[in-house]
Design a protein around this ligand. Sequence first.
Ligand code: CA
Length: 228
Amino acid sequence: MKILIVEDEPAMVELLRYNLESEGFDVASAPDGEEGMLAIEEQSPDLVLLDWMLPKVSGIELCRRLRRNQKFKALPVIMITARGEETDRVRGLDVGADDYVSKPFSPAELMARIRAVLRRGNPDIGSDVLTISDVNMDLVGYKVTRGSRAVHLGPTEFKLLRFFMERPGRVLSREQLLDGVWGQNVYVEDRTVDVHIRRLRKVLNETGEPDLIRTVRAVGYCFEKPSN
Ligand code: CA
């Protein structure tokens, strides 16, 4: 899971980075709202820690922009602020932040909130079994079923399916899938993703089940329950 910190105080970034990395998260950071938006587009984080007072584009404005954006409207956002007033809290949640912490906060409190927000997007996060629609993934036993049927996946398709199922309903770019499944330092062509998606679809839908992988033109793919 990758977390993006958008914060202009270097000491705060370092503190957050240290705590997040020791909890096993990948961390990226941006020093202002403009860079923050670019980092979100380029790196597609799983959650954004967003400071309220930022140079160029404020945290509130950035959050508002994300919520208006088809691709990022479901991206989890936790606002961080020095103010603790209830009206600010309401305003933060009003523009679509998922949660809110006031400085000073304890790292333990922030971690608990991050986990809670991530779990809201996917209640299975941190558990050994992922379930979406009729697809079940046993991460420990390395078994996948669709309905009552066993699905046999190669290692790459297994990782790909896991990456999707941990992020249900989110539009994932080919680049994000490459980074998440193949790793950031591996050179793989974009169309390799398409090849593996095709294989994954083939085995998942082998007996005519509805396709859970939606192709989002010019963007990437989204794994979700069929909408009917
Ligand atoms: Ca600030």
